[in-house]
Design a protein. Sequence first.
Length: 431
Amino acid sequence: MMQRYPAYKDSFFEWLGKIPSHWEEKRAKWYFDKIDERSEAGDEELLSVSHITGVTPRSEKNVTMFQAESYEGHKLCQPGDLVINSMWAWMAALGVSQYAGIVSSAYGVYRPKRKDFFNSQYLDYLMRIKGYAGEYLCRSKGIWSSRLLLGPDAFFNIPIIHPPLEDQDAIVAFLEEQTAVINQFLTNKRRLIALLEEQKQVVINTAVTQGLDTAVARKPSGIDWLGDIPAHWTEIKLSRVSKIFNGTTPSRNRPDYWEGNIPWISSGKVNDFVVRTPSEYVTEKALAESSISLVPKGAVIIGMIGQGKTRGLSALLEIEACINQNLAAIVPNHRLDGKYLHYFLLASYEFIREYGRGGNQEALNCQIISSFQVPLPPLSEQYEIVRHIEQKAAEINTAIERTQREIELIEEYRTTLIATAVTGKIDVRTV
């Protein structure tokens, strides 16, 4: 168990409790100056400020929104400056910059009055803990959470704890060592989840393309990417064993078409794997007067349009619902089980996406989907394949959920450890 400092005193904040008696605690105005230096040409490195990563170069992020034609007049910041996204300060969207660059003119840039006031890494840890985020929230002005603003006067009024520099250095050294171990643990656990997801995909791919009996005779499938399949299976066009059609969106200019009791699905729902809840609801009037139609429970929906992963991705409907125009419904007949089809489409995902390539808009359509060749085992064998996949997938999903919970717990521990160290609840100077 970590030891505590020899003596403590009361702090300004109830959430902070006591702090080491030899630490200072003064309002931010004693430690920082507001900096309002502006870029003349706007060609310095553009920096982003996030509650997750702090201050980082925009070039390291996959960000395409909010790109200005010119960054002339943006605020300059230097290494060691505290940069606050004033509108998202309540989410701890701030950090101490390690870079010279420019940030939004709406951000707050604060520079320590003396270089020996803070170890910049300690300051970054300290200012992003939950307790201070609560202070930013309480002191921000505005009606909506997305429009709250932490102005300079409000920031300068916040009491900041200030340990001696040697204590800050010791805390940073301790946290760097501890978080390195924790981060490696998290990396390993996330890698394990990726491997488990791959294992689940192998189970699906093997079952729907090769069957469960590896000893049966085989024949060429006639499907380029598929290879050999059991000899007693048939290959058939999807249109011969299902009904395929796309949906539509009732007019948004007709309020009487919306907020009814009939489920309606948008294309993003294919990411759910199994659809149990709708995106929105439409009315009986919309069903009667527009071109939408109900897709029965047990059908499969597939994304037709999009540059992301939605195109070619499928989901199983567990509710009766209407769908939008960017989705196709595949309603199996008596020869094809919907769950088996869903798993086959998942196994075929990368190959299905290739069908939609070409032109400026990569898209599938009902004609293309109807032409898909699918391997068709006897219906009883389709059921066996589905049961096998669901059993194996359940085992793998249990392992994934357990690993995700471990990740959540260690992330909580890391957050608590940082807050405990930077607020002086443990003495790490001799660790």
